[in-house]
Design a protein. Structure first.
Length: 375
């Protein structure tokens, strides 16, 4: 095997598709989604879900740049795979007019010529009457190239497209890599796999798999979901994805009503008030098996009712997730040695732009590296 990608998640599947498209022989290694979290004894991923915000606009120019590149290829990925994963409902970014992130968002919109509508609190209330906006709020609304994706379906689309491009899909859990003078041995639960070069894109499991620290922090996250009946779904029709800026602990992201398997529609939000570090595999497994934090879900419920005061929901659930951060707030994409590279740390913003981050990971494996992203 010439090249191997460890991690059948958002970045790994994207990297495999791009590498196959460049004519390389590729193996994509990783397990299927677990059937039941509470009883699962293997690795977990955060893409086992139907809703992630996608948008071109960001307060950091890098994230706006890679998001625009990825969104421009959504149609190609869907065409190559036959799997739809993107819903364009727009994205609204709002908060106090003098908040640093709102000011930066406005600057990036102007500098990168990202089409959006700017509104004050009165304009926002008229544009989105089902939402509450305190006096002094400023908002930027992207009506195009924004909305939400299904990360689960995006991974499926990338995997199908990679396989159609010639990738070998290996349903196995990697536990480590060993580099030799002639290649890399990948230890898995189904046996060893050898490759000339390896890209590790294993999310929160990356450092454990490598057996070394890259200085990244993996944090537990809780997501709250609210089941809506048909009348409430209709009332909120046209609702965009929301990014809410404010004091720390009061910055939820909110998705519009999203259809989930089984025919139910859920409104989802996240935004943990504190960071809970996950120090290793035992912590990660324990966190996902726990089902997440009910107390965080209580806080999130208060926050969504403050922003959608008349929200009527039939049921509330909460689920666990995890995010990986670097100190610089940018992903880690680059070589660790002549034969091993990494693509990890989406910093809570990587799902929407994972196709571009995966492409950059593939390029890093081939020797082309963006200096600001290198380990």
């Amino acid at each position: 095997m010439k090249l191997a990608v460890i991690g059948r998640g958002l970045l790994g599947a994207a990297a495999a598709r791009h590498l196959c498209g460049m004519g390389h022989e590729v193996a994509l290694i990783g397990p299927d989604e677990p059937a039941e979290f509470a009883q699962h004894d293997g690795v977990f991923g955060s893409h086992f879900d139907e809703g992630r915000i996608t948008r071109s606009l960001d307060q950091h120019p890098f994230w706006a740049e890679v998001s625009r590149a990825a969104i421009a290829r959504y149609g190609d990925i869907a065409a190559q795979s036959g799997v739809d994963f993107y819903t364009e409902v727009g994205a609204l970014h709002f908060g106090p007019a003098d908040h640093p992130d709102i000011l930066a968002t406005g600057r990036v919109a102007a500098e990168q010529a990202i089409p959006c509508e700017a509104h004050d609190d009165a304009g926002l209330a008229e544009r989105f009457p089902y939402l509450r906006f305190p006096a002094g709020t400023k908002g930027y609304f992207e009506p195009r190239n924004a909305g939400y994706i299904s990360p689960r379906r995006l991974v499926r689309a990338q995997t199908i497209a990679a396989e159609r491009g010639g990738a070998r899909i290996i349903n196995a859990t990697a536990s480590g890599v060993s580099e030799t003078a002639t290649g890399v041995t990948i230890r898995t639960d189904t046996g060893d796999i050898t490759a000339e070069r390896v890209l590790v894109a294993a999310g929160g499991h990356t450092q454990s798999l490598l057996g070394q620290s890259l200085g990244h922090r993996v944090y537990a996250r809780t997501v709250a979901l609210f089941r809506l009946d048909a009348a409430e779904v209709q009332r909120l029709s046209g609702m965009p994805s929301l990014r809410c800026f404010g004091p720390r602990g009061e910055t939820p992201y909110i998705l519009p009503p999203v259809p989930y398997p089984g025919g139910q529609t859920w409104l989802k939000l996240g935004g943990d008030p504190v960071d809970i570090p996950l120090e290793g595999e035992a912590d990660i497994r324990g966190w996902f098996r726990s089902g997440g934090s009910e107390s965080v879900a209580d806080i999130l419920e208060q926050q969504i009712l403050a922003r959608i005061p008349a929200l009527a929901f039939a049921e509330r659930r909460h689920v666990p997730c995890m995010t990986t951060f670097t100190g610089a707030g940018l992903p880690c994409i680059g070589p660790l040695s002549a034969r091993v590279a990494v693509a990890t740390a989406g910093c809570g913003a990587g799902a929407k732009c994972s196709d571009e981050l995966g492409r950059l990971g593939g390029m890093a494996l081939l020797g082309e590296v963006r200096a600001e992203l290198a380990p």
